[in-house]
Design a protein around this ligand. Structure first.
Ligand code: MN3
Length: 222
């Protein structure tokens, strides 16, 4: 059985960027709903109950049809929200200025996007132009060449509804929820304002940890 993970901070910790009411509804109602529905669908498929969420998503094409749809919707909903909460962090009232990545992650962002600023613009443009519900991602595309050497390319992309990058063979590092329930109470239809606010509270240490972890399984989101 999957469990709703508690938020890694208090409900009001992301104020003023994300309001306390949105956090309560989003985490306690929306996220919980996906966990409950995922568990319900697994009741009918006991042989898959022991699978970790990553595996259900990676192997989604091999699942029985009814379970597959639930894993895409509710499994994705559970994983994506878990990663979304972890990718954000509270800021002190006196702290000013945007947060930015360091070390290996910063170098890779410069290499693959030109600069951190170029990355931010690209991510925001994609997120703002994404139609209807979905998610905006920073993911890694791992490739081995003929010699067996690993290259890790960062990419920004969006997915529709609750689709998760694991189902496309990508590994997600950071995600922003683009469903209206993520921002409507405070920002109404102003998604760009919500996006702009979020850059103040990105937990780049968490993103870097996922990027550098040798065993990506330990960084499972949920
Ligand atoms: Mn949501």
């Amino acid at each position: 059985m999957f469990k709703l993970p508690p938020l890694p901070y208090t409900y009001d910790a992301l104020e003023p960027y994300i309001d306390v009411e949105t956090m309560h509804v989003h985490h306690d109602k929306h996220h919980r709903g996906y966990v409950d529905k995922l568990n319900e669908s697994l009741e009918e498929h006991p042989s898959y109950r022991q699978y970790p969420l990553d595996r259900l998503l990676r192997e989604v094409d091999a699942l029985p049809a009814k379970l597959r749809i639930s894993v895409i919707r509710n499994g994705g909903g559970h994983y994506n929200h878990s990663l979304f909460w972890k990718g954000l962090c509270p800021r002190g009232k006196e702290e000013k200025g945007l947060l930015s990545p360091k070390d290996e992650l910063a170098k890779s962002i410069d290499r693959d996007f030109g600069s951190f600023e170029d990355f931010r613009v690209r991510f925001s443009d994609l997120a703002n132009s994404h139609f209807a519900s979905g998610w905006a991602w920073l993911s890694v595309d791992d490739h081995y060449d003929e010699k067996g050497d690993l290259t890790r390319k960062l990419l920004v992309h969006t997915t529709q509804d609750h689709e998760n990058p694991l189902t496309r063979g990508l590994y997600p590092l950071f995600v922003v929820d683009l469903w209206e329930h993520a921002y409507y109470l405070k920002y109404q239809n102003r998604r760009p304002e919500f996006l702009e606010a979020l850059w103040n509270i990105v937990n780049w240490d968490e993103v870097a940890m996922r990027f550098t972890a040798e065993d990506q399984q330990v960084c499972s989101a949920a």
